[in-house]
Design a protein around this ligand. Sequence first.
Ligand code: ZN
Length: 674
Amino acid sequence: MTMTVAATFLCACTDREETPDRDSFVYSVDQFADLQILRYRVPGFEDLSLNQKKLIYYLSEAALQGRDILFDQNNKYNLTIRKLLESVYLTYTGKKTSSDYQAFEVYLKRVWFSNGIHHHYGSEKFVPGFSEAFLKGELAKVDLPAMGIEGGLEEVIREIFPVIFDPAVMAKRVNQEDGVDLVLTSACNYYEGVTQQEAEAFYSKLKDPADPTPVSYGLNSRLVKEDGVIKEKVWKVGGLYSAALEKVVYWLEQAESVAENEAQQAVIRKLIDYYRTGDLRTFDEYSILWVKDLDSRIDFINGFTETYGDPLGMKASWESIVNFKDLEATKRTELISENAQWFEDHSPVDKRFKKEEVKGVTAKVITAAILGGDLYPATAIGINLPNSNWIRSVHGSKSVTIENITDAYNKAALGNGFMEEFVVDENTLELIKRYGDVTGNLHTDLHECLGHGSGKLLPGVDPDALKAYGATIEETRADLFGLYYMADQKLLELGLLTDEEAYKAEYYSFLMNGLITQLVRIEPGSDIEESHMRNRQLIARWVYEKGKKERVVEFIRKNDKTYIRVNDYQRLRSLFGELLGEIQRIKSTGDLEAARELVETYAVKVDPVLYKEILERYKKLNLAPYKGFINPVYEAVTNEEGEITDIKVSYEEGFSEQMLRYGRDYSHLPLINP
Ligand code: ZN
């Protein structure tokens, strides 16, 4: 399956010249394993009307109520394991300096962060650093039957311990390895008792190739085999995950009562209808209403949305974000959108694959007010929805750039030494310091506003034709569209860039990331699996190889260290254009073989020698390669009659505090959801 979220964030790429914020806001909250916890602020919230604040408050509650759904989707034992760990954490009376306890705390924090026992990004299971004996000893003090574990400690040791401790059991949440049964070898909870072949056959039978408006088959259900019969268990009120979805619906109803206008009210009402029926036609109707709601200041995503967590790319994880428009910064993306047709007409792809008429590419810059489900704590910085291909081509899509999140990344990265270590020379570093922020935001805008909305499928091409390679190809396409235009005079004409050298900051950062620095996110001995990482390496490796003879991009050695040097930026641009043409052809014609060939050749393998060097250099900086965010806390202020008179936002809560509170206040599902 296809479109969307750009998690293009690794770049710690902004060590700016001006002095850091003089205020005392602390962006970095905690750091452990390979993770750094940041805090974001919500500028402008205080200036909203009381009604708007209430709307955000209600939608925020709806955003937090679905948290347990994601835990269960990621793995069927996640809720049990989280509950066990939290009960140990809350009752522990031993020495907190012991190495077992310290490793235990890190493990629990990782489970919180990843919404389960697998890495949020690489999807491999992380192994605890504490002993089985330690956990056994601590669990012996917990009243397990009271938690709903009838068989007590024995049952936990028999069923849960291998899931926690044995690296071979449920080793990957999403397996993308070529040539094996992806369903059976993935530990996510989207299929039970069915093989990949059975799942694919089940859905291809439902699909009618002649249907111009197909629903997103399989999007909101688990596929199971019971008594030899394969069927869907739908996630809806009265179905699977009902207890959590009832709460989501309750808060959506509150939100509906304070909606800004009728269009927004209709969106919320339709979403409630969808949660109640689980009907995918209703979901499409909701998506169309949502795309067309352009006048509201406040907006949100709440539902089963992105399909990265399913090896077959059909089943969507639950996520939510509530946000409001940043009116000033939105002028920038509006300018891009107004010129969407020009960009489409001038793109370096075959005319047959271009849209004659680009519809409804709307774009805005937003301020996130709350993150939930699969957007929490790790989040995207740009989002483009809906994912349904036919809705996108008939009704358009909405695209957002989340500026307060990007801003928090940038502020937290000030002066951390990363760019100094990996950028090849002073001049390039200077360029990145001067233009890195602007070009980084602009690339995200182009990726989201134009990239995903560009191009078209030839008639009769199955949107899922690229199968497991679909997501990587789609992200590659969107990134290339942005990269190609970064260096275009048009951006100067539009006033989006002020210097014709500025684009080089993004070109360099992108290549450095795709060729070397993103490697710090890979586990030793592993391939690259995540689609955005694959996409970046695909692009970087491809242009490197194609430009090798002309030395467009080079690996050079300096002081025993490897660097990337770009010798010919203009030629680099034309290589981006060439690859974009090919990627668009693959997408438009559904050329699965070519997709497989490109991805497997350029996007998957890691150079072990380079990897070792980069990791050593990176370790010395003592940075965490992945970042996530804790939410602000919203509190309703009421008068004597119990009416809400204001909503206060505060930023004092710590990471563990927030996770424990969410576990206490927003946990409604049984430990196991069969
Ligand atoms: Zn994207």
